[in-house]
Ligand binder design. Structure first.
Ligand SMILES: Nc1ncnc2c1ncn2[C@@H]1O[C@H](COP(=O)(O)OP(=O)(O)O)[C@@H](O)[C@H]1O
Ligand SMILES: [Mg+2]
Length: 327
């Protein structure tokens, strides 16, 4: 696939502070490319440079082969953008919010495009309601269709689901996936590991303005371990027994956490069957047992250390659990 966006060693300094410190990546046509990092990592700064809102201190950005600053006018129609903050005019109706944007892009048949957009956003019934009366999820949907009003081939989303509840987050993922399926190239930033994992074809993990790793979710996970993780949940009183069996009989390096025992293991079903047989023979109650690949959580820990954990409060408890596993 052809690269539609090429970001070459971009740096952004604010005075003495370097917010983006030499980032290079390319995005392929039709791809969903994720920039994953905690607050302050430099995500918005990088995005704003790609959009040409912010000048690079050094480096260059090519969009469809054109320098994004020199060819700003040509590029403008090619890109849709949704900012981190939901920006709809609360006093205006959904229809009017879209109409203003459609006019801005000199769209010919404004009414039919606005109606089509409202339909895409599931907002047809609310065309004449003030955007200010909308729920967070509805406002975000309005915002999304607004960024797509001119049917750009590139869509840039800065933290599209931050602050949304789970249901609206999943809804937004579906919408983004559908756009990509229709050929739109998407770059999005996120602080959610799961979002990057579920949604993005490739992910750049950034911290302190630098890319720490770049690849598909599974490539990134392999950075942590080529092996999988055995995960057994049992009742608390059996944890010690499970550990003993796994380490003595199967020579696994176990870690315990309350009602859970984990160990790196080859993804080998025959081996898993032997483990189950042995646990059964020892009359241990298994609540759940499985083998899973390392998660992006593990990747984060490995690549960025504790600073990142502190920044991502929401994911802290999950991370803490993994930390306790001693990996
Ligand atoms: N206009 C600015 N002037 C000075 N510092 C800035 C400016 N914009 C962003 N920064 C700093 O650059 C760093 C990266 O910010 P930002 O790109 O907004 O991070 P993110 O979007 O990943 O949360 C932060 O430390 C932020 O405080
Ligand atoms: Mg930001």
């Amino acid at each position: 696939m052809e690269d539609i966006i090429k970001v070459n060693n971009i740096i952004k300094k604010f005075g003495n502070f370097t917010a983006v410190d030499g980032i290079t990546f390319s995005v392929k046509k039709g791809e969903i490319f994720g920039i994953l990092g905690p607050n302050g990592a430099g995500k918005t700064t990088a995005i704003n440079m790609i959009l040409g809102i912010l000048r690079v201190t050094s480096g260059s950005i090519l969009i469809d082969g054109m320098d994004n600053i020199k060819h700003a006018t040509e590029i403008k129609n090619m890109i849709g953008f949704m900012t981190q903050e939901t920006v709809v005019d609360a006093e205006l109706t959904a229809y009017k919010n879209l109409e203003i944007f459609a006019d801005l892009y000199h769209i010919k048949d404004v009414d039919s495009r606005v109606m089509e957009s409202l339909r895409d956003g599931g907002l047809t019934d609310f065309a004449n309601s003030k955007a200010g009366s909308f729920s967070g999820g509805m406002q975000r949907r309005l915002n999304l269709v607004k960024s797509m009003i001119h049917q750009p081939k590139i869509l840039i989303l800065d933290e599209p689901t931050t602050g949304l509840d789970v249901q609206n987050r999943v809804d937004m993922w579906k919408r983004i996936k559908a756009l990509a399926k229709n050929g739109v190239t998407v770059i999005l930033t996120t602080q959610y590991l799961e979002e990057a994992d579920q949604l993005c074809n490739r992910i750049a993990i950034i911290d302190h303005g630098k890319i720490k790793a770049l690849g598909t979710a599974s490539e990134l996970k392999k950075l942590v371990s080529n092996e999988s993780i055995l995960d057994i949940v049992t009742d608390e009183s059996s944890v010690n027994k499970v550990s003993a069996i796994l380490s003595k009989e199967f020579k696994l390096q176990v870690t315990e956490n309350i009602d859970r025992v984990n160990a790196p293991i080859k993804a080998d079903i025959a081996l898993l069957s032997k483990i189950i047989a042995s646990l059964t023979k020892n009359k241990i109650q298994i609540i759940s047992i499985g083998i899973h690949l390392p998660t992006l959580d593990d990747v984060f820990i490995k690549l960025t250390g504790s600073g990142l954990r502190d920044a991502l409060g929401e994911q802290q408890s999950n991370r803490a659990r993994i930390m306790n596993m001693g990996r």
